[in-house]
Design a protein around this ligand. Structure first.
Ligand code: GDP
Length: 339
């Protein structure tokens, strides 16, 4: 412990060289830097990322979502072991939108992926447990870039399919994989249509034992439902597969579908276009969220907001007029305080 506490402060070049040199300890510290909310750390993190940018983009970025209990960790462990055995360098990043609220991360548990988490060919990082959802997503995106710079050629971004996080994850990956269960929520009624629209590969999981036949039936139903949706990219028909992480049946086929999807994106030029679009959107997302955060934190806004809020709540002033007054208070008067 004493050794840890006395560890050397790293500078920009130390981080960059360490990450490019695939030093796991430094990669971990670079991620901690990216996750820090201290302005000085954030500035250094941006410098490091800027230097590493030319070395990013090399991974196949795969989003994986599904409700708690669908078997995401078991699936990632099984598929992940196959990938590292086949020579891939895997990184698994997890976004858990519930962790902030429950005070403990259900995804952070090392025992969830017992073999992968101790395998040197794999790097697992749970999501930061504090901060706004927007902040968590930023940190995950930047962590993904760091992992690519450190030579990981497959990155899984896992999220619990219960909130808005799956949309954010879909906006940072190349292929979006959705795990489903047969019979969950009585057929298609209980399935969020939004998730189906995002799915690029749909897997009915736990297709084993007595559940094998219902899983196949559910797969046919999903395939029918997907038929009516817009393709996620030109020419791509979302395959609906069945798999079992218990028996291993169908797991290779899922990976084949993921690689076919990527090949198709590449062949049509969609991969580059999609990533460019993701980066453009990300920039504006950051502008929106930073602007909102700084506005709310500005002392002038904080002084005036309670009165305006009261008026709006009481119905004596319109929400739009109050919003305009708050914006003018700051934007017409000078720069926003950073923190
Ligand atoms: P997560 O919450 O989505 O990460 O789900 P877990 O991976 O923790 O799995 C939830 C439960 O389902 C555990 O008890 C697993 O053993 C079980 N499970 C996972 N995959 C399968 C599978 O393919 N078949 C069966 N029958 N059970 C599975």
């Amino acid at each position: 412990m004493a050794e840890r506490r006395r560890r050397r402060r790293l500078g920009r070049a130390d981080y960059v060289d360490g990450v490019l040199g695939r030093d796991r300890a430094i990669l971990g510290r670079a991620i901690t830097l990216v996750e820090s909310n201290l302005p000085a750390h954030q500035d250094l993190a941006q410098e490091v990322l800027q230097d590493l940018l030319p070395h990013t983009g090399g991974a196949h970025r795969v989003g994986i979502t599904g409700v708690p209990g669908v078997g995401k960790s078991t699936f990632i462990e099984g598929l992940g072991m196959r990938l590292v055995d086949a020579g891939h360098r895997l990184a698994v990043l997890a976004i858990d939108p519930t962790s902030g609220r429950t005070g403990g991360s259900i995804l952070g548990d090392k025992t969830r992926m017992a073999r992968l988490s101790v395998d040197p060919r794999c790097f697992i990082r749970p999501s930061p447990t504090e901060g706004s959802l927007g902040g968590v997503h930023r940190k995950t995106r930047e962590t993904l870039l760091l992992c690519e710079a450190a030579g990981h050629d497959v990155v899984f971004v896992e999220t619990v399919g219960v909130g808005q996080s799956e949309f954010a994850v879909a906006a940072m990956v190349d292929s979006f994989l959705v795990l489903m269960l047969a019979g969950a929520g009585d057929g298609l009624q209980g399935i969020k249509r939004g998730i189906l629209e995002l799915a690029e590969i749909l897997v009915v999981h736990k297709a084993d034992g007595d559940n094998a036949e219902p899983a196949r039936r559910a797969a046919r139903e999903y395939a029918g439902a997907l038929h009516f949706l817009q393709p996620t990219s030109p020419g791509w028909t979302t395959p609906v597969l069945t798999a079992s992480s218990l028996t291993g049946a169908g797991v290779d086929e899922v990976w084949d579908a993921v690689t076919s999807h990527r090949a198709q994106l590449r062949a049509t030029g969609t991969l580059d276009a999609r990533r460019q679009d993701q980066r453009r959107r990300w920039m504006w997302d950051m502008v929106d969220s930073e602007l909102g955060r700084r506005l709310r934190a500005d002392p002038r806004v904080q002084a005036r907001a309670p009165v305006l809020e009261q008026d709006v709540v009481a119905g004596s002033r319109t929400a739009v007029a109050a919003a305009q007054e708050l914006l003018a208070l700051v934007l017409d008067a000078g720069p926003l305080a950073r923190d």
